[in-house]
Every structure is written in C-alpha cells, then in structure tokens.
Design a protein around this ligand. Structure first.
Ligand code: ZN
Length: 314
C-alpha cells in the first residue's frame, strides 16, 4: 500500500484508510462509452501509480477518509467491507482485509467514530458499516450517526423490496435516461442493519450543512450522490465520491464510468464539481484515484486538469 500522509485543512486532519488497490482496470471496460485509444495516451501523464504502461491498465483504489476536527472524529464512506457476498463484483466478493487495523494505524478505533458521512450508497462505500458477528450483520461504528441521503436510502430500500416505489422515486429525481441499477445485496447487509440499530440519519441533500460539513447535490453516478465540503480557516476540502473514478475524467468530462446510473446527470454533476473544486481551490479527496488519491482541479482553457498533491506524483 502507498504511503499514507495526514493532510491538514484548516483545523481538520484528514487521513486515508486504505482497503483495496485495483491494478488492472481496463479502460474500455471502466469507461464503456469512451474511445479508449484517445484516453490511453493521456493516462500516462500522472505516472505509474495511476497507469501501468506495460499492460495499458489503470490503477485505482478503494478506501475511506478519517477526518478529525476539534469537535468530531468522522469517516467519509466505509469501503467495501469484509465477508460480503458480491458474486456480481468479484473484486469486492468475500474480502478479508485488515481495514479496522488500518483505521487504528490512522489514529482512531471503530468506537471513536462519532459520525459516518456518505457520499452515496453503493456497495464499495458502505461495506464497513457492518461486520458479521453472532450469525448476523451488526453495526461496526456503534457510537456513530450514519448520515446519508434520504432519497438514496428510500430508492435502495424500494429496489431491495422490488416495489413500484423505485420508479416513482426515479421520476421525481428527474435525472434523464437510466443506464443501470445499483448492484444488489448491499442494502440488506450494510445499510438496513444500521437503520435497524437506530444509527441512521437520512438527510435532504440540498446544500445541507451538517456539523461543519456541507452536502452538495451531484446526482447521476447514483440517484442522489453528494459531494461533501469542509471549510476551515479559509481552506476547503472536497470529498466528491465517484464524480470521477480516475483523473482521466477530469480532462475528459463527458466520459462516464460503467457504474454511473444516470449518464446525462453524471456529466452535468461532474462539470459542477470540477468548477466548484477549481473556484474554491479545494483539496479534493477522491474515492478511487490511485496513489494517495488527493489533489487539485485547475482550469485548462475551456476544460479542467488534475494535479496530484505533493508526494503523490510518479
Ligand atoms: Zn465507488
């Protein structure tokens, strides 16, 4: 695993908690509507931690962010989790990773976490919400309020129960054509148990302020994805979830991943998030970029470019 520095944003300390590294993402598979030949030359520009020039594959990561502020000890998203049945996603299937030991190494125990903030409810962002004990899935962060979009919760609950409500929620969201559904299974084993334990705090994502963080609407990748900002002493951190899966999408803003549910909205949200990050000179904490996964967005003519933070280049 790459080095794991702690970043200071105002009065907050932010540390990556690694879970898994993907070394062999195929460009044409990850970005099915793209022209891979036009992306591959650009993929080299961020160095070998993000592209394997020998195989032509992209390097990526799945991780969580530990954020310590004077008031709180929080996690942003919780990775894929151990022991989860994910036969449709072999890379996430029945994992056995020492994530909680890595969390301790980053400076917090599971019991220390007082809030978990979610960019969205997909299987690789909610997995460590629960661990398997005594024959059932039980909350991992038992002292934490789990804060997520009410619309995402209602939508995934309706899909899990196969009710007509899902279609009504989609209509109301009005995000244009639907390309895919979220994967199955994670709601029952990773989200519902947290709600059953009284640890869920569903919110309306609409520039909503919560304990010093702001949830901004960036739907498309999922039905109600949030980019979560934190500003302190004039510095801004932005946790943008899966607005981009690889820095290639910062330069090629029209390219969606194979996991984006509503393609048109995903492009619109990407442009908004890139503009926000550039205009606020935000330090962006991504979920799936390789290396340290942190950097900045800069404007480049009519478009954007991505610079990894110092120490994260080749
Ligand atoms: Zn993801």
């Amino acid at each position: 695993m790459p080095a794991n520095p702690t970043y200071r944003i105002g009065n907050a300390e932010i540390t990556r908690v690694p879970e898994i590294a993907f070394e062999d993402a195929d460009i044409a598979t990850l970005f099915p509507d793209s022209a891979p030949d036009s992306l591959a030359p650009d993929a080299k520009r961020w160095g070998p931690r993000h592209f394997d020039a020998r195989t032509g594959k992209l390097r990526q990561s799945v991780h969580a962010w530990l954020v310590k502020t004077p008031a709180h000890t929080l996690l942003i998203d919780t990775g894929a989790g151990n022991d989860k049945e994910r036969p449709e996603a072999p890379a996430l299937h029945r994992l056995d990773e020492p994530f909680l030991a890595r969390l301790e190494a980053a400076g917090a125990s599971a019991a220390d976490i007082d809030h978990v903030l979610f960019t969205h409810l997909h299987s690789d962002h909610v997995g460590w919400n629960t661990t398997w004990h005594d024959g059932r899935w039980q909350p991992t962060f038992t002292n934490a309020l789990h804060v997520f979009s009410k619309r995402e919760y209602d939508y995934n609950a309706a899909l899990a129960e196969d009710t007509a409500l899902a279609e009504r929620i989609r209509k109301k969201a009005d995000l244009g054509p639907r390309a895919r559904l979220p994967s199955r299974g994670f709601f029952g084993d990773s989200v519902q148990p947290v709600a059953d334990a009284g640890l869920a705090h569903p919110i309306d994502i609409n520039e909503t302020a919560f304990e010093g963080f702001v949830f901004h609407r960036v739907p498309g990748h999922s039905i109600d994805q949030a980019a979560i900002s934190f500003t302190s002493n004039g510095e801004t951190a932005l946790f943008w979830g899966d607005v981009c899966h690889h820095p290639l999408q910062v330069r090629h803003t029209g390219v969606n991943s194979m996991f984006c549910e509503f393609p048109e909205a995903a492009v619109e949200a990407r442009l908004w998030a890139l503009g926000y990050a550039a205009d606020h000179e935000a330090t962006v904490f991504t979920t799936h970029f390789g290396g340290g996964s942190v950097g900045h967005v800069v404007r480049d003519g009519d478009g954007f470019d991505w610079c990894f933070s110092e120490g994260d280049a080749a």
